[in-house]
Design a protein around this ligand. Structure first.
Ligand SMILES: *Cc1c(COP(=O)(O)O)cnc(C)c1O
Length: 362
């Protein structure tokens, strides 16, 4: 048996063991081609099949409507921070942003480089321990789009519901919670996510966008940074991250095999319930960072009473086969990332460890 860590890394993150084993089987010789995926032409029939299948599975799992394109690009979610305003923020219009935390801030910073940008809701005053209230949004008359971050990976907060923005396209960075729960894609103009949290290895970025938005890209945007370039060529305008796309396809197939997004959400709730339970039942020994209604199903942030105790906790986890429980360097504390591929057993083991650590250090 392969020894696998209890992997709570924030990203790149755990992949399903079954997926890794499938990739291992096909690694040297993909379907009798006498070569690996990485060595074959991205114009070959075999790779076209891989590319089409990944797109089709994403379409099926998220029930993406026909008037949306799905692209698998390079550059990570961070490139999308710039591509969104470059393509969709025209002169005389305003880009509206929700400032929910560290990742939202990075998206806002890029938009400001491109054009008129306004923050219409912010959780900065509560130090991002909750998602901003989006029920009474006041959008400028000339709003090009509203951008939000569905899950703040660093702070451990997640939106439970999305605002109705009427005719204003809603654009979401879903890098750390895409495919973790069912989604009504038709509510959005565009969704994007780096693959390395919930969908596969780093190197591929999924973009799901309504065609009328893709087709209204600003003139003057360079070819590689235009959505229409990639949508028209089915993500094969230039050499794609072929191995990453293949891995994303395998992960999507695995999600389908689990019973789809409703089943995955149920499992994610069971997993996080174990760890949030250990926090809530600790009588204050552990304290959750996020407020209850904004708690993330993907990144559980919590603290102990002192940094010394947190250091001891990290040391203890490392001795017991856990990886990745240190909080982000910007916020400190502890964080357990419980993405789709993190097994229930890892979460049970962590909850057990937390109780034992409290018994011996409380
Ligand atoms: C990780 C992450 C990003 C950055 O993704 P890259 O692919 O590294 O550019 C952006 N947004 C969120 C919410 C993330 O979790």
């Amino acid at each position: 048996m392969t020894k696998r860590a209890y992997n709570f890394n924030a990203g790149p993150a755990a992949l399903p063991l079954e997926v890794l084993q499938q990739a291992e089987k096909e690694f040297v010789d993909y379907k009798g081609a006498g070569m690996s995926i990485m060595e074959m032409s991205h114009r070959s029939k075999l790779f076209e099949g891989v590319n089409d299948e990944a797109e089709q599975l994403a379409r099926e799992l998220l029930q993406v409507p026909d008037d949306y394109s799905i692209m698998l690009l390079q550059g990570g979610a961070s490139t999308q921070f710039a591509m969104v305003p470059m393509n969709l923020l025209s002169a005389g219009k305003t880009a509206a942003y929700v400032n929910s935390g560290s990742w939202a801030k990075k998206a806002i910073k890029e938009a400001k480089l491109i054009g008129e940008t306004r923050v219409v809701a912010s959780a900065e005053e509560s130090r991002f321990t909750a998602m901003p209230n989006l029920s009474q949004l006041d959008l400028p008359e000339d709003t090009a789009y509203l951008h939000l971050t569905s899950n703040e990976t660093i702070e451990g907060t997640q939106l439970a519901a999305f605002p109705d923005t009427g005719n204003v396209p809603l654009i979401a960075d879903m890098s750390s919670d895409i495919m973790s729960r069912p989604l009504n894609v038709s509510q959005f103009g565009m969704i994007y996510a780096g693959a390395q949290k919930n969908l596969g290895p780093s190197g591929a970025t999924i973009v799901i966008a309504r065609n009328d938005l893709i087709n209204s890209s600003q003139a003057g945007v360079p070819t590689m940074l235009r959505y229409d370039t990639h949508a028209k060529s089915k993500s094969l305008y230039n050499t794609p991250p072929s191995f990453a796309v293949y891995m994303v396809g395998l992960v999507l197939k695995w999600i389908k095999g689990k019973g789809g997004l409703a089943a995955v959400e149920q499992l994610n709730r069971a997993k996080t319930g174990l760890i949030y339970g250990a926090i809530d039942e600790s009588g204050g020994f552990y304290s959750g960072v996020a407020e209850a209604e904004s708690r993330s199903l993907m990144n559980i942030t919590f603290r102990l009473q002192s940094e010394e105790l947190e250091k001891l906790f990290i040391k203890g986890t490392e001795e017991h086969g856990f990886v990745g429980l240190k909080g982000h360097r910007d916020v400190g504390g502890l964080r357990a990332s419980t993405y789709n591929a993190v097994p229930l057993e890892s979460c049970q083991a962590l909850a057990d460890f937390m109780k034992e650590f409290q018994r011996t250090h409380g």
